[in-house]
Design a protein around this ligand. Structure first.
Ligand code: UD1
Ligand code: UDP
Length: 355
C-alpha cells in the first residue's frame, strides 16, 4: 500500500543512509524529507545532496548546534508542526543522533507509525549520547529495521514492542552505488600527493574523544607514529577541540589535516588507504565493505561483527595501542557477508509498505 512517509535526517551519515532508501521509496510512496539542520556547514550537509543528486529537503528546520537538550527540544517543537502540516502515515528515522531521537519522540506522541532504520545497535556504554538515542528510539518504534542478526537478538533480548526485521545495512547499498563513480571523478589523492596503498586515513569526531584532552592527545600522538602520511579530514568539533586542548599546532605539523570532504572524495580516499583509523560508526563498515583494514579509536563498538572477523581492531585512544596497531597492518584473507547484500533499501521499503 502506498504510504505518506516523513523522513527525518539531520547529520552527515543520515544523508548517506537516506540516499538509497529515498530512491527506492520514490517509486511507490510519497516521501517528504525533513532536514533538522543539525549539520549545516556546506561540507557536512549540502555537498551530500548535490553529489548524490538528492532533491532539497521539503523542510529545513535550521536548528543548528546546542547542548543535547536544547538541540533535541528545538527539533521536537519544529517537527511537531511539520507533522501537523503533513499528517504522515509513517515517520522514518535513521541511526542514533539527536535528530533521530527528536523524530522518534514526536512521532510516538502522534498517530504516525515510527520506523527506525539501524535498530538494535548497542555499545553498552551508557555515557554515550548515541546510546541514549538508540535505546529510546528502539523502545518507541513500531517497526525496527536491524542491519544484522546480532542487532535482532539484542532487540528481542530487550523485549521491544515493535516488529523487528533484518534487512542488511543501507550504507552498503549507498557505497556500492557510488564506488566506481567516486574513483572515476575524485582527484583528491593526486591533489594531496598520496598514492593508493601508501597512506593512512583518519577520522575523529566522537564526544568522548574530542571533550577529553588526554584522549585527543593520545590519538594525535598515536597517529603521528606511522611513517606514512596520515590524511585527516577534520570534523569542525574536532578542529575546535584541538585548539581548546592546545594540540592544533602539533596535529597540523604531523598530520595532513584537511577540511571535511564530500562523500565521493571520502570513498575514494578510503578505497585507496592502507588502513583507516576512526571513531566513526559509518566508516568502520565502509572500511569493511572496501577491504580496508580498520582500527577503531574507541573502547567499544556497536559493529562487533567487524571485530570478530578480524577486519577491525579496537585500540581506544591510547598512543601505544594506536601506534602498535599501525605498525602491524594486517588484512584477513577471508571476509564474511555481515550486513546484507547491498539491497537493503528495497527491503526497507517493502517493510514500510506493510507498516
Ligand atoms: C553528530 C551525532 C553523532 C554522529 C555525527 C555525525 C549526536 C548526539 N551526535 O555528532 O552521533 O556520529 O553527528 O557526524 O547527534 N558543527 C559545525 N558545523 C556543522 C555542525 C556542527 O561547526 O555543520 C560543530 C558545532 O560546534 C557543534 C559541534 O560541531 O557544536 C557538534 O555538532 P553536533 O551535530 O552536535 O554533533 P556531532 O559531533 O556532529
Ligand atoms: N564522510 C564524508 N566526509 C568526511 C568524513 C566522513 O563523506 O570528511 C562520510 C563517510 O563516508 C561515512 C559518513 O560520513 O559515510 C560517516 O559519518 P560520521 O563519521 O560523521 O558519523 P557516524 O557514522 O560516526 O555517525
Amino acid at each position: 500500500m502506498s504510504k505518506r512517509v516523513l523522513s527525518i535526517v539531520g547529520a552527515r551519515p543520515q544523508f548517506i543512509k537516506a540516499f538509497p532508501v529515498s530512491r527506492a521509496l520514490g517509486r511507490s510512496h510519497e516521501e517528504t524529507v525533513v532536514h533538522t539542520g543539525q549539520h549545516y556547514d556546506t561540507m557536512l550537509s549540502d555537498v551530500f545532496f548535490e553529489e548524490l543528486d538528492m532533491p532539497d529537503p521539503a523542510y529545513n528546520l535550521g536548528v543548528g548546534s546546542g547542548s543535547h537538550a536544547d538541540q533535541t527540544a528545538r527539533m521536537m517543537i519544529e517537527l511537531d508542526s511539520v507533522i501537523d502540516a503533513e499528517s504522515p502515515d509513517v515517520v522514518l528515522v535513521y541511526g542514533d543522533t539527536n535528530s533521530t531521537l527528536a523524530g522518534a519522540l514526536v512521532a510516538a506522541k502522534r498517530s504516525a507509525s515510527l520506523v527506525h532504520v539501524e535498530a538494535g545497535l548497542r555499545s553498552g556504554n551508557r555515557a554515550m549520547p548515541e546510546e541514549h538515542n538508540r535505546i529510546a528510539t528502539d523502545h518507541l518504534a513500531d517497526v525496527l529495521i536491524a542491519p544484522a542478526e546480532q542487532a535482532v537478538d539484542t532487540l528481542r533480548a530487550e523485549g521491544v514492542d515493535g516488529e523487528i526485521y533484518e534487512t542488511g545495512d543501507v550504507m552498503y547499498d549507498a557505497l556500492l552505488r557510488v564506488r566506481e563513480h567516486a574513483n572515476e571523478v575524485s582527484t583528491l589523492r593526486s591533489d594531496l600527493g598520496v598514492d593508493s596503498g601508501e597512506y593512512v586515513l583518519a577520522t575523529v569526531h566522537r564526544e568522548s574523544n574530542t571533550n577529553d584532552g588526554d584522549r585527543l592527545a593520545g590519538i594525535v600522538d598515536g597517529l603521528s607514529s606511522v611513517a606514512m602520511p596520515v590524511v585527516l579530514p577534520i570534523h569542525p568539533r574536532t578542529e575546535r577541540a584541538l585548539h581548546e586542548h592546545g594540540l592544533f599546532e602539533t596535529a597540523t605539523e604531523r598530520l595532513t589535516i584537511i577540511d571535511p570532504v564530500g562523500y565521493l572524495d571520502f570513498v575514494h580516499l578510503l578505497d585507496g588507504a592502507t588502513l583507516v583509523a576512526t571513531d566513526s560508526g559509518g566508516v568502520q563498515r565502509e572500511a569493511f565493505y572496501l577491504d580496508t583494514p580498520c582500527i577503531t579509536m574507541r573502547d567499544e563498538t556497536e559493529w562487533v561483527e567487524t571485530i570478530d572477523c578480524g577486519w577491525n581492531t579496537l585500540v581506544g585512544a591510547d598512543k601505544n595501542r594506536i601506534s602498535h596497531a599501525l605498525a602491524r597492518i594486517d588484512s584477513p584473507t577471508t571476509k564474511p557477508q555481515l550486513y546484507g547484500n547491498g539491497r537493503a533499501a528495497s527491503r526497507v521499503v517493502e517493510v514500510i509498505a506493510n507498516a
